[in-house]
Each structure stands twice: as structure tokens, then as C-alpha cells.
Design a binder for this molecule. Sequence first.
Ligand code: GAL
Length: 697
Amino acid sequence: MRLFHLFVLFWGTLGAYVPATAQPWLPETGMPIGVYYYPEHWPEAQWGRDIQRMAELGFSFTHFAEFAWSRLEPVEGQYDFAWLDSCVTMAAEAGLKVIMCTPSPTPPAWLTEKHPEILVVAQDGRSQQHGTRLHAAYNHPAYQHYVEKIVTRMAERYGQDARIWGWQLDNEPHYSSLYDYSPWQEKQFRHWLRQRYGQIDSLNRAWGTAFWSQDYNHFDQIHLPNPDRGANPHALVDFRRFSAEEVAAGLAFQARVLRRHISDQQWITTNFAYYKFLPSVDPFLSREDLDFASHTMYLTSQFLDDAGDALSHRLGSGLELSFSQDLARSVDGETGIMELQPGQINWGRFNPQPLPGAVRMWLWHAYGLGDRFACAYRFRQPLFGGEQTHYGIMMTDGVTVQRGGTEYMQAIEEIGGLPPRPAAQMPLAHAGRRTALWWDQTSMLDMEVHPHHAGWNSWSVLYTYYSSLKRLGAPVDLVIAGDQLDPKVHPFLVVPAAIRVDAGTLAAWRAYAEAGGHLILTARTGTKDAHGHLWEARQQEPIWDLIGAEIEYFDHLPAEHPGQIRLGEASYPWHIWGDVLRPQAGTEVLATHADQFYAGAAAATTRRLGKGSVSYLGLVSDGGELEYQLLRGRFLAAGAEVMDLPPYVFVNWRSGYWVAVNYTAEAYDLPLSRGANLLHGDRVLPPAGVTVWTADR
Ligand code: GAL
């Protein structure tokens, strides 16, 4: 009998894990679906018709004002809210709630004309100009002065208005050129460094300025580091951390302004596009300022990791939708998807039509992942501007629903029709594989600066582990340093390439394993200290005691001459990273090098520690199948049940419902138990298919 089969059978007989409580603002059950509307793009005479139509199609909320600053304050100090008031009234009359958005990404022409010093400067030294978006420095006082004024006006007007559900700050926060190289930012960076290091000598030590005669006499000698000119790597990491902190400070500033005026019934979020703008933005820095982080995802942009088969361009990247949800949810415990495409987009490498059924599948996937709401981007396809060929729910005539729009309607009906199952609790087998995934953005930045092998890509290392966890069927939460690590909540903790560690983190990992957790560390973890310096010790020596092995050295190979690592009877090719390990007494070897001059040496090990275990996987294999098999082995050894799903087939459990979706070109035969009660779809899950079932017999 398949293990998947087993856990379905056992549901309800072994007790249950109780998930954390939801945010009070978001619905406990279902997933309300809304849609973006830009009244300023359409004749006033059409607003009522359009808003009414949204309600008739089943949408339950709409989203206004995101980029409308020039229509809300056309001239400095002269405000016009009449048009927005009418639209809020029309929405309420149609029964739609409103998400109100602050218009900060698009300062009006009068503002940047008056204060050109707020404009972001790209790495080539050219200043952004009016006519784009996200082109002002989040931290510039002149910009903040005007942001405060417009946000205050909006908050005074709508902050106590029960028709407004909540607030979105800005839009996909980031600098239009990812980093701002303006003279203003240089000044701010120096200030940030002064705060951080106090004395110039401390900075000199942290940046290792003895190297290449880089010593500074004072902070004013420091310029923004240019990655194309062989800049100091420590300076580069600091500049990127600084930038992320400044974006977060800009969001915190707006949240403070809003909170002075809004009711505690309204929430504040922003919509992070992790896949486009990290590492220049760190959602976890906004944990205290937002009620929850929301996320956006355009699955067919062709920039994302996907199954790479004949239908991937039409089905999109389910892996990245999944990761985006897990990341955003882990910031504050809940999330919703703020932007989801209803059809073709306009800015991908190329922009294919989604496969019929794909749009519905994305919505079901979002539901299964736990999104508390979903919002279609956008209601009408624009007739002008930078996104002319971007589909909306409606076609260019404004009245015909396009195919993806009908799929939204289908999903609205299906998801809305699920009876609540308030007593349902996460099945024990599912809770038994719940995994914490370590998220350390500074380590990612460090390895971006120091990939050390042309083939090294921290994202693909992360996705190899994330995708493996999803194949095992594991629910995943991201954790950051300082988060509580509880083996009863997360029996597994996977740490992909956390190159920088400090004593506190090492102690927390040890305590987690001793208390019964299964800790899995991967290659490069613990190579450097918190400043990004190698330890004055042997390679990764500070983790030797924890993993129960010495790491003698690592090797790299050219792609055309891969090495082989043996696991059981099988061999797996690798070329990007291979550690050579020497296990201590009591440590078990999991995988060994099959060739090279170190043939027979360990590449992966495991040891018991207290009530738990610590494994070290010192490799990056070609294709990631070795990592999957090693993780699978650790899960089974710890007594967890695994699903063994093919890559890009996802199964999630939410509020009493199992939801399976298929992002591959092959049909997949779900190993359901006979007791499974199918609500949608079938045992055979076709491409773009959705199967929903309950299984409490
Ligand atoms: C998003 C952005 C939206 C819109 C959309 C088009 O990244 O947040 O404002 O531009 O892309 O796909």
C-alpha cells in the first residue's frame, strides 16, 4: 500500500494537530475573490456598469487608487476625492468591499518637478524621470512629506469607513532600478554605516579593508559599491541590506501615518513580489508594521522555475506560486494573493495563453495553500498605457468576459460552495511532516556576491529543497533567526546553504535537535561568521560538533565532467558542489563519493543528537534528485509518512479539504483511498487538473 494511501486511511483515528489561529480580519473559511479596478482609466459613465458587473460575476471585493495620486492631488495641496467617493459608494451598493491602496508608487509630475532630488538613480548613473513608477526614494524626507500628506487625507476620509476592508501600502515595494545609486542614498548609506559600526576602524575590520589597501579614514570617503567594478564584497552585502531596510522603513512610515487615523477593524498589508525583487526587499523586516504580508504572482512570465515540459509555458510555475504563498504567510501567519493574472500578461519573455483550466487551477492552488483571499489583476484590459496587451477579466470592449474570466467565475462558485468544516483539524500524518525552512536573506546576498562556481545559484539550491519537500507532501513554513523552533510543530528543519551563522543560531539549532527535531543542514552552511568572514578555523569547523563530522574540503567540477555520488544502489551526478566529509564515531554515512581521487569518502552524513538528529548533505547534485532521495530517507527514518509526488504536482490540505493540482504535461494517478470523497475532479489528475476531496471516514 502506498504511504499516501495510509495517511488518508489514518485521518481521524490518530488525533490531530491544531493550526495557529487566523488573523481576525480575514475570513476563517472560503477564499473571497476580488478584482482590481482603475476608475481613472475609464469614462465616469461606465463606472457603475463595471462595478455592478463585478458583483454579478461573483467577485466580493474590489481594489482602488493604487496609482491614482495625480487624480487625487492634481495640483499640490488641491485634493479631489469626489470620483473615489462615488466609486466607493457604487462598490458598497453592489455589495463589494474595497481594498484601498496608497498611491505612493506614482508621485505626480508637479512633485518630481519641484523635488527632482527624490528620483531614484540607476546603476549607470541615469536618473529615473516622471513617466514610470516606483521612481522615488522611499527614505527621502521631501518625498515622505508629500506621502504623509496624501496618505493622511485618505486615512482621514476612509479610515473609519466600514466599506473599506483594509489598506495596501504602495505596490510591490522596491526601487524601480532595484537599487538606488543617487547622491542622497550615498549620504544615507554613510549614515547607516555610522550607526552600524560606530567607528571607522570597526568598519575597516568588518569590510576587511586591509585587502587591496582599501582602508578608510572616515565615513565620508565611502561611495556606493559598484558590483561591476570588483567592489568590496562586504560593502556590497551591506549596501543591499541597507536598501532592503530603507524600503522597509518607507513602509513602516506609511503604516504609522495610516494607523493614526484608521479603525482597528481595517488591516494594513503590502503586496510583495518576492520572485522579482528579492533580495533588494526583505518582507520579514515589515513583520511588526503590517497586519499581514500579501503576495503577487504572474505564473506565465517565463522568468520562473517551472516543470520545463511541453506545457510549462501555459501552466506556469506552480512551485513559485507555492513558495510565494509560504514566504508571505510566514511573515505574520496569514496571507492573501493580491495579484493573480486572469490570462495573458504583457511583460513576460513571451506571453502565452494559459492552458484552458490553468487559471482555475491557480485559484484552487491558492486556496489549497491557504490564501485568505485572492484578487484578479485586473477587471478590464487597458486600452492605453504600458500594459495594453495585459488581459483583464473583461476583453477590450469592457463587456465581454474572456476565457480566464469565466474560469474565475467557476472557481468563485466552486470554492465559495465548499461547506465550512470547522471541526476539521490537520491530519496527524500531514502534521508529522510539517517542515520549517530556514530563510536567511543575508546568506543569500553573500552567496550572490560569492557564488564561487559559475553554476551556483542560491535560488535553485533553495528550490531543490523546497520542491523536494513539496514532493514529500510536507507543509512548509519559513523561519528566520530568532523564531521559535519547536519540534512538536515542525518535526523537520531544513537549512539550505546558510553560509553565515552566529553562536546564537548554532545554539538554537542544537537545542531544536536535542528536543527531538530532525535538523538537515546543507553544503556551505556555517562557512562564515556574521560579518561574512571565514572562521579562523578549518572549513565550517563551528558546525563539526553539531553534525558529528569534519568537513575536509569541497570540490567543484566542470559540467562536462561530473562526479558521481552513491546512495544505496544508485549513483547521482554532481558538478557544482561536493564536500568531502570525515564522520566522527557514531555518525552514519548516508552517501559517498563514487569517483575522483577521494572515492569512498562521505558526502552526506547523519547522527542522533538528544531526542532528534542532525544530517549534513554536503552536495549540490545535477537535477536535484539526490537531494530528494536523501530528504525522503530522513523523513522515513524519522517515522514520517511521505506522498512521493512527481515534481510540479502539488497536494495541500486546508480546513478539511485536500486539493491536488497538476502543473505538468502528464496526467497523474492520485493514490486516493477508497474512503476518499471526491468533490471536484477525479482520481486521474490531468494537466491543469484540480481534484478536491475529503477523507474522514
Ligand atoms: C505587477 C504589478 C501590477 C501590474 C502587473 C501586470 O507586477 O504589481 O501593478 O503592473 O504586474 O502584470
